[in-house]
Design a protein. Sequence first.
Length: 410
Amino acid sequence: MRVIFLVVFIINLSFASLISSGYDTKDLKVLRSLDIDDSFLKERAFLSMKESFFKDNKRELFLKKLNDAYIFVPIIKDMIKEAKIPEAFLYLAMAESNFSIKAYSKKRASGLWQFMPKTAKSFGLKINSYVDERRDPIKSTKIAIKYLKYLHKMFDKWYLAAIAYNCGEGRLRKAIRLAKSTDLKVLLDSKKKYLPKESRLYIRKILSLAIMSNKTNFLLLDNLEHLLNRGSIYPISTVTLKGGVHLSDVASSMNISLREIRKLNKHLKNDFLPPYEKRYDIYIPYNRLALFKANFKERNVKFLTHIVKKGDSLYKIGKNYRVNYRLIKDMNKLKSNNLKLGRTLLIPIPKRVTKSRKKPVLDKNIYTIQSGDTLDRISKVFKISIKDLKRVNNLTSNIIKVGDKIVIPN
């Protein structure tokens, strides 16, 4: 009994020592959620970093980034909590990107969670001419959670999962092999340098940010109480629309600017949804949802046709129609930038661009009949009935001739 009492006494003494050093139960909870021993709170390098974060310039930056990300942080925080992974991983995102959706690194990592293209694609995020879902805060968070769980299953400790997220699975395995240990203090040894310097600082940074967020006094002093009192209703709503819809139509239905919709949908590379997708998610302000439902009407993206002539190049055609040439290449499934004379290209036209530099304003789409075309084929390509095609073009039969031009109604 004396031995048990002595052990309990020592544990309580250690706990009291940490509390008296300025830490509280919330801070200890952060460490334990990451499988880190309480004694790490006294680690010299960690203490130095944590103290630097509470200085005015770092504190102001922390508050600014937290406030700037207010639109998405409540959702991300709830997703992490629901997934039952450490809540401190919210600050892994802050350590990676400063909560910036459009963050991009020299190594080609992008988005809130700074995914590399290969990792993003392997976990199901799309990166193409129309979207980069690494910049979709909801989809990328789902994948970050999935990836962190995968790393935890591999290394069995949450702090190891966080380090592997930063330096890679192979690099962490090598560090563990050299150190002959998974102990955090051993792996972070600055003299042995088992891990890159960035990774040694990384876990300390996540802990510092998470502990800083527990301190409410400086939030109150800076009149940012609203960051402590987020309601259950999110500032944004998700709506699912058909491929090809213009963001300008979405914006006008809610009487807001196109710029505001773009800000919420950084994962879209154009002002229209991917044409090949049957349905696709975008984000709108929650307080405009009722207005959107009452006024929005889905319309197809507009296309023009362009017949390749001598001197044409994808870049030149794209510049002429004010469309990225990669979109034209992707839309027409071209394997190279080489163009064949006489080939007809489909050109996706953003709503705000209704004319090229050499052509008058076009209110309707004009299609030039190609060899092998039938009204049935054209109706399926442009998703318009044969009856409507014949009516708009005053056709009395289904016979069409190569080279004739017909109108494709909106």
